[in-house]
Design a protein around this ligand. Structure first.
Ligand SMILES: *Cc1c(COP(=O)(O)O)cnc(C)c1O
Length: 485
């Protein structure tokens, strides 16, 4: 078709078409929020099934808009896990919230360029404003401190390590060594590799029985590296590990970093938000001493994907690490107080992530976020009490920042470790096959265990009891099968 007889080349719809199309989508989304609890949270499909459903040739000609939309709503969306479902317990759930969903729609609808001040002063200002809220929440200096919203925790960790390397090593990091525990999130190792460190420069420190980094081993290896003429330059602590919610001893690690002139990065992507609960705040003592801190609003600050965040003690560290002065950005450089976020991180073109954080926090109020996070922490503790009272279950790691790990191990059965591993793996397989709950295993101290991450404020203790009851039935089936062989 030539452009003359193809009116579609302008990629527009009429006003009425846009409205009808948009309202229909809103109806779908609202319906999802209203009915998700009665749906099944698990979607499972093979590559072959998805190929046969979705593979098609490049569509050269147009298709009616409502047809494409109906297809997506019928075939694409249902083939994803519902991570905001109350019985979605695994990985890190994404509870989300409607205000932020609409905020993202506005940000996309107006296609706000959130790279530089000149293009969108209010968007840059809102990023400064919300960043200042976060700096205050985490006890960072609001004048000197700074930060940036990223796509997620992985990008925030990467941004932090590029900054740390620049400030501590300048242009030569050939002798630099970096330290993190065996429970640190894999995105940190990824980031270390991305920035060009060799395996020999990475020190994985073992954890103790409580999954905290072993301080003694950390100090020993730093001392040894110094004797060998290496440059220990950064320690990454976890403020809430993804496996168990464990917080490393932050104050002690801060002391080591001070004494050794090392960069202190805290990965609080999972647990950072717990600072809003009074018991969480106690566990996170020392978090304010980090040079850089990753938090991840699309986890426990209830934001839809994608929004991560990096906070730093001194905002100049970011600009001195990431500023480039290409001639094509000359005219929009502006004055120094007018921050160009493209100078504070890796992305130039950036979506307006601050908007959803701003609108949801303002609409619901920080007090609601505090209450939700406190509820989540309590819910995990109630679950621990429930499990401890039962003769069927054993706690592997106690409720910590809303995460609990446990396994089916009925008293008096004296099962072998490999039988326990198999039984618990199968409990998870069965519950997932039923699609009733998303509950997968992890491995702790060599044992296969079930892990619940309870950061959805709409999950109730009844949901958990209900899921555990199903697991007990599957467990008993497994027991019978074991004793029959
Ligand atoms: C989830 C997580 C990350 C990675 O964050 P993404 O948003 O998934 O990129 C990093 N660290 C910890 C501790 C996490 O839980």
């Amino acid at each position: 078709m030539t452009t003359e007889n193809n009116p579609n080349y302008k990629l527009t719809l009429s006003k009425e078409e846009m409205q009808r199309y948009g309202y229909k989508i809103i109806d779908h989304i609202v319906d999802h929020f209203e009915t998700q609890n009665s749906k099944k949270p698990v979607a499972q499909a093979s590559r072959a099934e998805m190929d046969s459903l979705l593979t098609e040739n490049i569509p050269n000609l147009s298709t009616p808009a409502h047809e494409v939309l109906d297809f997506v709503m019928d075939q694409v969306i249902p083939n994803s896990n519902i991570v905001s479902h109350p019985k979605s317990y695994s990985f890190v759930p994404g509870p989300s919230n409607y205000i932020s969903v609409m905020a993202d729609t506005i940000a996309t609808g107006f296609n706000i360029f959130s790279g530089g001040w000149a293009a969108s002063p209010a968007a840059a200002e809102l990023e400064i404003v919300t960043m200042n809220w976060l700096l205050e929440i985490f006890g960072f200096p609001t004048k000197q401190g700074g930060g940036i919203f990223t796509s997620g925790g992985s990008m925030a960790n990467l941004t932090a390590l590029v900054t740390a390397r620049r400030i501590k090593c300048r242009n030569d990091f050939s002798k630099a060594t970096i330290y993190l525990s065996d429970q640190a999130h894999s995105s940190n190792i990824k980031a270390i590799k991305v920035i060009g460190f060799k395996k020999e420069q990475i020190r994985i420190i073992p954890t103790d029985m409580e999954f905290k980094i072993s301080l003694n081993k950390l100090k020993n290896i730093i001392a040894k590296d110094r004797l060998e003429g290496l440059q220990p330059f950064c320690i990454i602590a976890s403020a809430g590990t993804t496996n168990t919610g464990t917080v490393d001893p932050l104050d002690e690690i801060a002391n080591i970093c001070e004494n050794e002139n090392m960069w202190f990065h805290i990965d609080g992507a999972y647990g950072g938000a717990a600072i809003l609960a009074s018991n969480g705040k106690k566990l996170l003592k020392g978090i304010e001493r980090a040079d850089s801190l990753t938090v991840d609003p699309h986890k426990w600050f209830f934001q839809p994907y994608e929004i991560g965040c990096l906070l730093v003690k001194n905002h100049n560290w970011l600009s001195s690490t990431f500023s480039e002065k290409p001639e094509y950005l000359r005219d929009i450089e502006g004055n120094e107080s007018e921050i160009n976020f493209y100078d504070h991180g890796i992305q130039l073109t950036r979506r307006f992530r601050a908007l959803k954080f701003y609108m949801s926090l303002k609409t619901f109020g920080l007090a609601s976020f505090k209450k939700a996070i406190t509820y989540n922490i309590d819910l995990a503790e109630q679950t621990e009490i429930l499990l401890r009272k039962s003769a069927l279950w054993e706690i592997t790691s106690p409720a910590t920042l809303a995460i609990i790990n446990f396994r089916y191990n009925p008293i008096g059965q004296n099962l072998l470790e490999e039988e326990l591993d198999r039984i618990n793996q199968n409990i998870s397989k069965k519950i997932i096959a039923s699609k009733e709950a998303l509950l997968v295993t992890t491995v702790l101290q060599g044992q296969v265990v079930l892990r619940m991450c309870l950061i959805n404020p709409r999950t109730t203790i009844e949901d958990i009891k209900n899921t555990l009851k199903k697991c007990e039935i599957y467990g008993e089936e497994q027991l019978l099968a074991t004793s029959n062989t």
